[in-house]
Design a protein around this ligand. Structure first.
Ligand code: HEM
Ligand code: HEM
Length: 156
C-alpha cells in the first residue's frame, strides 16, 4: 500500500501539526488541565511561537529564539511535571505527527520531541533537588545527571 501522507514541508505544515497537537492536549484527561486551568494558555498567541520552534528544528529556519525551558520551570513550580505528564505529551505529539505526516522530518519531529522532553524532565528533577530558579539565567544550562548529554544550539 502506498503511503499518501506527505512529509512536513513548510511553516504551514508545522502550524497544522501544532494545532492538531493542541486540539488533543487542551482537552486531554491527563495533561489538559495544565494548559487550560494552570497556564490558561492563550492558544492564538502561543501557536505562532511553537510553530516557530518546530520550523527552526525541522526546516532550518531561525524564527525561534530559544529559551523554551524556562516557562516549563515556572510551570513546574505550580504543578509538578511528572514523567507521566511528559509521556502523555509525547504520545499526543506522536499521534498528531503520524496522522498527517510521514517521512524524515516527521521522524525528526518525534525524535527531537523525545529528546527535549527527556532533557526538560531531568532539568526539572535537578532543580527540585536544590538549584533555585532565580539562579538560572534564561537559556542557561542546568547541571544535568551524568547520563544525559545536553546539546547546545545556536539557532539564531
Ligand atoms: C537538526 C538539527 C537540530 C536543530 C535545528 C535543533 C534545534 C533545537 C532547538 C531550537 C531547541 C530548543 C532550544 C531552546 O529553546 O533553548 C533544541 C533543544 C534540544 N535539542 Fe536540538 N536540534 C537539533 C538536533 C539535535 C540533536 C541531534 C540532539 C541530540 C542528539 C538534540 C538534542 C536537544 C536537546 C536535549 C534539547 C533540549 C535542551 C534543553 O533545553 O535542555 N537536538 N534543539
Ligand atoms: C508535560 C509536558 C509539557 C507541558 C505540560 C507543557 C506545557 C507548556 C505550557 C503551558 C506552555 C506555555 C507557557 C507560557 O507561555 O507561560 C509551554 C510552552 C512551550 N512548550 Fe511546553 N509543555 C510540555 C512539554 C514540552 C515539550 C516536550 C516541548 C518540546 C518538544 C515543549 C515545547 C514548548 C515550547 C517551545 C514552548 C514555548 C516557549 C516560549 O514561549 O518560547 N513543551 N509548554
Amino acid at each position: 500500500m502506498t503511503d499518501i501522507r506527505p512529509d512536513i514541508r513548510d511553516r504551514a505544515d508545522c502550524e497544522r501539526l501544532v494545532r492538531a497537537f493542541y486540539g488533543r492536549a487542551m482537552t486531554d484527561p491527563i495533561i489538559g488541565f495544565i494548559f487550560s486551568d494552570v497556564a490558561r494558555l492563550d492558544l492564538e498567541a502561543h501557536v505562532p511561537r511553537i510553530t516557530s520552534f518546530w520550523e527552526t528544528i525541522l526546516l532550518g529556519a531561525s524564527s525561534y529564539r530559544g529559551g523554551a525551558f524556562r516557562p516549563h520551570a515556572e510551570l513546574n513550580m505550580r504543578v509538578r511535571l511528572r514523567a507521566g505528564h511528559f509521556e502523555r505529551w509525547l504520545l499526543l505529539w506522536r499521534v498528531s505527527v503520524d496522522e498527517q505526516f510521514s517521512g524524515e522530518r516527521a521522524e525528526l519531529a518525534k525524535a527531537h520531541a523525545a529528546r527535549v522532553a527527556a532533557a526538560f524532565h531531568s532539568r526539572l528533577e535537578a532543580m527540585a533537588t536544590g538549584v533555585p530558579l532565580s539562579d538560572v539565567p534564561d537559556g542557561a544550562e542546568v547541571p544535568a545527571p551524568p547520563v544525559l548529554t545536553i546539546t547546545r544550539h545556536s539557532s539564531g
